[in-house]
Design a protein around this ligand. Structure first.
Ligand code: NAI
Ligand code: MG
Length: 361
């Protein structure tokens, strides 16, 4: 097998992005799959050094790559002239419209008697909504306004992703008594009548084309409570950009917290994988960041690249993805654990344990 390597653009970014992304790359390299790595710069330190948060070379390299592995960037909460979060911009420039955030609580928590485990995915619209970047001030700064943009086109395509995903997840569940596929459409159409009203109406229209998938709907505040109290009732959640950002952080508490939450940003032509967490300045540089979220991204990336890989190695990509996911699960159960999971291991110990399990499973 002499397949030409697929190119992965690595953007570590700021803070712990620089610690967890090398861990994910080490896991990918241990597989021996035909992958080629290139690295590019983005983020707050990049902005301070060269005046650009997302240099043109980085954007071009991301467009040219088969996939992007992104760490995290630090963004100040006060306005800085010329600075915009590079990840929000990358998602829009590459038209990565679907942000897929899976959460599962395997192993179950001690003393947990619930019959069903948490196994859900938040599907977040990634290009518009309140993150459309249409903010302005009026009255000499006394009034600040953000426009919330919802389009039929973006709502329809994200709803399709959610229903397709629910169908595929159901097909992959082997148990006879597997629960039915379900998509919960989350909105606040009782208040945001036009924007959420459009999102809701389009998503319910899309649902008609999927009679095999149950569709229900929920107001976003009720959904937040349900995610905190009855997470096992959810299968696939589809929602708008800001709601999805917040709800996926709530949901990931069930999956071991931010240190374990991975995500895929998918479009028609491009794909970017990133941990849900940020630059974590409180622990950056200490070598104790949990690399499992980033390593989980490596697994999602391999599964995705199976579609682009030459036929003779596509199944290898899927097999290594599954092995890495099993290795993550083993480390989650048996350790070693970084401090966020109650242990005292450092990033490299966890990474080495995942590599060892990946190679022997
Ligand atoms: P954060 O995710 O960076 O950190 C929140 C808390 O979780 C911190 O206590 C941190 O130590 C902990 N944590 C996060 N990831 C961890 C890991 N892998 N292992 C162990 N502990 C972990 O979010 P925060 O503090 O709200 O934001 C910090 C900076 O990151 C800000 O500048 C923000 O703009 C940026 N950020 C960037 C994101 C991105 O690049 N996609 C996403 C979220 C925040
Ligand atoms: Mg977030």
């Amino acid at each position: 097998m002499n397949a030409p390597p697929l190119t992965i653009l690595v953007i570590p970014g700021d803070g712990i992005g620089r610690e967890v992304i090398p861990a994910a790359v080490a896991v990918l390299q241990s597989t021996g799959l035909p992958l080629r790595f290139a690295e590019a710069d983005a983020g707050w330190e990049c902005f301070q050094r060269c005046g650009e948060a997302l240099p043109l070379e980085t954007l071009d390299a991301a467009r040219a790559a088969d996939a992007v592995l992104f760490g995290a960037v630090a963004s100040p909460s006060h306005p800085v002239a010329g600075y915009r979060s590079p990840i929000v911009r990358l998602r829009r420039e590459l038209d990565l419209y679907a942000n897929i955030r899976p959460v599962f609580d395997d192993p179950p928590r001690a003393g947990d008697l619930r019959a069903r485990r948490v196994d859900l995915v938040v599907v977040r619209e990634n290009t518009e909504g309140l993150y459309a970047g249409r903010e302005r001030v009026e009255d000499g700064g006394a009034t600040a306004i953000a426009e919330r943009v919802i389009t039929r086109r973006a709502s329809e395509r994200i709803a399709r992703v959610a229903f397709e995903l629910a169908r595929a997840r159901h097909a992959a569940r082997s148990a006879e008594d597997a629960p039915p596929a379900k998509v919960t459409i989350v909105h606040k159409a009782n208040v945001l009548r036009e924007t959420c009203g459009l999102f809701r109406a389009v998503a319910l229209e899309v649902a008609q084309a999927y009679p095999d998938v149950q569709a229900d709907e929920m107001l976003v505040d009720a959904c937040a409570l349900q995610l905190a109290t009855r997470p096992e009732r959810f299968d696939v959640i589809v929602t708008t950009n800001l709601f999805g950002d917040i709800l996926s952080d709530v949901a990931c508490a069930w999956g071991g917290g931010l240190g374990l939450a991975s995500s895929a940003n998918l479009g028609e032509r491009h794909a970017l994988f990133e941990p849900v967490h940020g630059a974590a300045p409180d622990i950056a540089g200490k070598g104790i960041a949990n690399p499992l979220a980033a390593i989980g991204c490596a697994a999602l990336l391999l599964d995705h690249l199976a579609h682009r890989a030459p036929l003779d190695v596509a199944s290898d990509f899927r097999a290594w993805s599954a092995r890495i996911q099993r290795a993550i699960r083993r480390v989650r159960v048996a350790g070693p654990h970084t401090p966020d999971l109650g242990g005292n291991a450092v990033t490299s110990e966890v990474t080495n344990a995942v590599i060892a399990h990946t190679l022997t499973s």
